[in-house]
Design a protein around this ligand. Structure first.
Ligand code: ISL
Ligand code: CA
Length: 541
């Protein structure tokens, strides 16, 4: 496998722009704010920034409802400001990945306003319009991911339109060639401005069943859980026709790639493993024609036990088509934060796992300082999902709170009132306080990232699962004869390692335990509770 592309060797950092840095005191993060904080990314050592949507939007879903694909929302900045950001990002040898939201527009997008204006409008077919069922109800049983039916009646024209999310997010009709052409032009617009790739929102859902058949019941559904899971999304997700669209998207982006700068597509896919890897688009000739990185979210749902994660990594490695680039994710703006899911000690282990597995890591802003989910009072809820399906723990505000930069007022995020409350711990937990602390989460992240960069075995090497004892996950990474062994103790007890073979003349290159030294005595080692170590023969980072 050639590992020459930046998106294979690099590390992606996700910024939720509302919450990263406000530059003008309105309490909402913006592009100038991001520009002012690029040095944090450089010090951290990441390679690419993915910014969640920054386009003009009524903000019904905080930017995932787009009313103009080719401009910047005034709350975030201007196109000129965007161009300045691109130059500064590139000047720092970082890459920029934008969020591309092809499944739906805002209901305020001119395309939808035209489409809904009359059945005879030339843009009518750009969206999914259907007659009511015989009883006047929705055309089928499909559900919105955010609660309620996926259909809303437009009384003026007497038809329902489909929306996989809010009614303010009507789904585009990707069977219509004009829609495809228009959306490919959107990609070209940003590629010409120099962006290095796109994270593609809900990639699996663009094409729906041509007969709009009812989804079948989900046998695993338990009353009280997310109501959207009542049916299996058989006819609304991951249809066979998706593969052709994915290949088309890839060709659009590839046309802008050259030896000096290859552009990347990252697909957001919540699918079972065998279906997720299909989005690499393996052709009959053995060529990968799909997205280069179908997001691998398995660590987000995984039970945090060594044996379970060992199995999951092996299965993933085995399922990858030849030449496919793996990737790993611990969290994002839709899921509870890793530090809250597994606790502060295990979050350090999780950082080591993310940064030593084979494949591109994506890091969610704030995780590098161990930010946790923040309880949001009912009267302060911002997320439309929580508003529509309250009290089930589905809301996404807790993982979207402002970045904690320092112990200055409002954690240095804004001089105004933040759009969402800060975590209570911001005076102690922030970038400034952790930067000089050898025991901090930030120091651990910086060290692991530097080590990954310094050790070809970690960023380019193969993956070899190792047998190990107790609740320890063990694997080796090897590149051109250089071997690194990773040992992660998921258990609450100390583990004297006796069976895992360590490289000759081993030293500890990194540990989650800041008090651990370099020495490995007599080729053996006792792992502390929840300790992870990287063992190799080079010098420690
Ligand atoms: O159904 C899901 C997974 O089981 C959801 O997580 C869903 O796939 C996911 O929420 C899609 O997320 C993306 O699209 C949404 C937006 O609200 C999210 O923030 C975005 O990441 C609609 O654009
Ligand atoms: Ca602002």
């Amino acid at each position: 496998m050639s590992a020459d592309h930046w998106w294979q060797q690099g590390i992606v950092y996700q910024i939720y722009p509302r919450s990263f840095q406000d530059s003008n005191g309105d309490g909402i993060g913006d592009l100038d704010g991001i520009r002012a904080r690029l040095d944090h990314l450089v010090a951290l050592g990441v390679d690419a920034v993915w910014i969640s949507p920054i386009y003009p939007s009524p903000m019904a879903d905080f930017g995932y409802d787009i009313s103009d694909y080719c401009d910047i929302d005034p709350r975030f900045g201007t196109l000129a400001g965007f161009d300045a950001l691109v130059s500064e990002i590139h000047a720092r040898r970082l890459k920029l990945i934008l969020d591309f939201v092809p499944n739906h527009t805002s209901d305020r997008h001119p395309w939808f306003m035209q489409s809904r204006s009359a059945r005879s409008d030339p843009r009518r077919d750009w969206y999914l319009w259907r007659d009511p069922a015989p009883d006047g109800g929705p055309p089928n049983n499909w559900l919105s991911n955010f609660g309620g039916p996926a259909w809303t009646l437009d009384p003026a024209t007497g038809q329902y339109y489909c929306h996989s999310f809010l009614k303010e997010q009507p789904d585009l009709n990707w069977r219509n060639p004009e829609v495809r052409a228009a959306m490919y032009e959107v990609l070209r617009f940003w590629l010409r401005r120099g962006v290095d790739g796109f994270r593609v929102d809900v990639l699996s859902d663009l094409i729906k069943d041509e007969h709009f058949r009812d989804n079948p019941p989900n046998p695993a559904f338990v009353a009280g859980q997310d109501p959207a899971h009542r049916w299996l999304p058989l006819y609304s997700t991951d249809r066979p026709e998706m593969q052709q669209i994915v290949a088309e998207l890839r060709r659009v982006v590839d046309a802008f790639s050259d030896a000096a700068s290859s552009r990347v597509l990252i697909g957001e896919l919540y699918l079972p493993l065998s279906r997720m890897v299909a989005y690499y688009g393996l052709s009959a000739e053995g060529v990968l024609e799909g997205v280069q990185l179908p997001f691998n979210f398995q660590l987000i749902a995984a039970p945090w036990q060594a044996r379970r994660i060992d199995r999951l990594v092996r299965d993933y490695e085995a399922a990858l088509p030849a030449g496919a680039a793996p990737n790993w994710v611990l969290g994002n703006h839709d899921k509870p934060r890793i530090a809250s899911r597994v606790g502060p000690q295990m979050a350090r282990l999780a950082a080591m796992l993310l940064l030593t597995l084979r494949g591109t890591p994506t890091l969610y802003y704030g995780d590098e300082i161990g930010m946790t989910d923040v309880a949001i009072r009912p009267e302060e809820v911002q997320d439309p999902f929580e508003k529509r399906v309250p009290g089930k723990g589905l809301g996404r505000d807790p993982e979207r709170t402002p970045m904690q930069w320092s112990d200055a007022p409002q954690a240095g995020f804004t001089t105004g009132t933040p759009w969402l409350r800060l975590a209570d711990d911001w005076r102690e937990r922030n970038v400034e306080s952790q930067a000089g602390d050898p025991a901090s989460m930030l120091t651990l992240y910086r060290r692991l990232i530097a080590l990954r960069r310094a050790q070809p075995a970690l960023n380019r090497g193969g993956y070899e699962a190792l047998e190990s004892e107790a609740d320890v996950l063990a694997y080796a990474r090897e590149f051109e004869g250089q071997r690194v062994v990773v040992l992660l103790n998921f258990g609450a007890g100390a583990v004297p390692l006796s069976t895992t073979p360590l490289p000759a003349r081993s030293i500890v290159l990194a540990s989650t335990d800041p008090s651990r030294g370099e020495l490995v005595q007599n080729g053996s080692l006792v792992l502390a509770p929840y300790e992870g170590v990287v063992i190799g023969t080079g010098s420690a980072a």
